[in-house]
Design a protein around this ligand. Structure first.
Ligand SMILES: C[S@@+](CC[C@H](N)C(=O)[O-])C[C@H]1O[C@@H](n2cnc3c(N)ncnc32)[C@H](O)[C@@H]1O
Length: 352
């Protein structure tokens, strides 16, 4: 398989496995790109190690957001109130990419596919509620590994709805999250939020919410039909303007031990990570577990994670897990399975 054939395969697979049921427009565009050598040639400039379809479609979306009067805008739900049928989109998409090929190449060769998915907090919240209930103090410290822009460290400032019955948080929050509850009934989430006394994020390449280009790229990576994700991102960015969590630019394997040691001893400590460990090499994942085990042997610690497991990960979502180190004893519990963007949570039951 030559380079263009390999790229065509990636776009076709992306259309089938990731876009179907989630973005009809991207499904259509990706299928057409796979048969278009000129656009595949542009996609050869994608940075190594990055998924070309996400990067390329994100770069085109960025150009479109910068040029909203282009006829392609009529097909994007991010720009048109009632988008045109996707069947007519490709010729305009092609023109946009060829007219702005330099901007596309510059973007795909320098940017990473790095989002900050605020909706995942709707999956984290019930796990954080368990952590709060099990902690000896109501003062909590949160450390996020792979924090991106650090927006999910502001989780207690958001408002949450789980179907018709369960709500939590400030109803006036600029971030309104909706998550469909599935499976067993979730445990109750106590009304008063805990006092979050520390919010620290570690990321290899943190996104600076004060950098307008970086923020535009975060928006461009959200698929056009996903208006709820854009609204959540915009709201969280507004909150971050007022209270930016501390972000440390480092490999978590280097920085985490020092960060954990610096957390005040009289707080309950929770480390969380979402869709991050898949970016660690296997030896890094093992080392990460060892760091937590070593620390958890010395001090109580809760680790909440949403990570994808298994070969069919695109189809079955991710797993929500809680590992508790209490009095030197480690227990791990799979709490549920969830949508990659936090749109639904299938609660397994059995959590204390
Ligand atoms: C897919 S993003 C998820 C971001 C965020 N957790 C979310 O759910 O929106 C993964 C993040 O992990 C970061 N990352 C990958 N390897 C890392 C490492 N070794 N140390 C720290 N951060 C890392 C990346 O830079 C990226 O921001």
């Amino acid at each position: 398989m030559n380079q263009l054939e390999a790229l065509a395969y990636r776009f076709r697979r992306f259309a089938e496995l990731e876009c179907r049921d989630s973005s009809p427009l991207y499904e259509r565009l990706s299928t057409c790109i796979a048969d278009d050598p000129q656009l595949l040639e542009l996609a050869t400039h994608c940075a190594e190690g990055q998924p070309p379809p996400n990067l390329f479609l994100g770069a085109a979306h960025l150009v479109l957001l910068e040029n909203p009067s282009h006829p392609l805008s009529a097909y994007y739900a991010s720009l048109a109130e009632s988008p045109e049928d996707r069947e007519g989109a490709y010729s305009h998409f092609r023109s946009l990419c060829l007219e702005h090929s330099e901007r596309i190449v510059e973007t795909v060769s320098t940017r990473l596919v790095q989002t900050n998915e605020v909706g995942r907090c709707a999956v984290l919240l019930p796990a954080f509620a368990i952590v709060t209930a099990r902690s000896a103090t109501r003062e909590l410290a949160f450390v996020e590994v792979g924090a991106s822009a650090g927006l999910n460290l502001l989780w207690d400032r958001f408002h949450y709805e789980y179907g018709d019955d369960a709500r939590w948080g400030d109803p006036a929050s600029p971030v309104q999250l909706f998550c469909e509850p599935r499976g067993e009934p979730m445990p109750g989430i106590a009304a008063p939020p805990p006092d979050v006394v520390l919010r620290v994020g570690i990321d290899l390449d943190p996104v600076d919410v004060g950098d307008t280009e970086a923020v535009s790229w975060l928006r461009a990576l959200i698929w056009p039909e996903h208006r709820q994700r854009v609204a959540a991102l915009e709201g969280a960015l507004r909150l971050a303007d007022a209270e930016t969590p501390t972000l440390i630019a480092a490999d978590a394997l280097d920085a985490l031990p020092g960060v954990l040691d610096s957390v005040p001893p009289d707080t309950a400590l929770c480390v969380f990570h979402t869709h991050t460990l898949n970016q660690f090499p296997p030896a890094g994942r093992r080392r990460f577990g060892e760091i937590l085990d070593e620390f958890g042997a010395r001090r109580d610690l809760y680790v909440v994670s949403i990570e994808r497991h298994g070969a069919q990960q695109e189809r079955v979502g991710a797993l929500l897990e809680l590992t508790a180190y209490e009095g030197g004893r480690k227990t791990s519990l799979a709490l549920g399975r969830c949508d990659n963007h936090g749109m639904w949570l299938d609660w397994f039951g059995g959590a204390a």
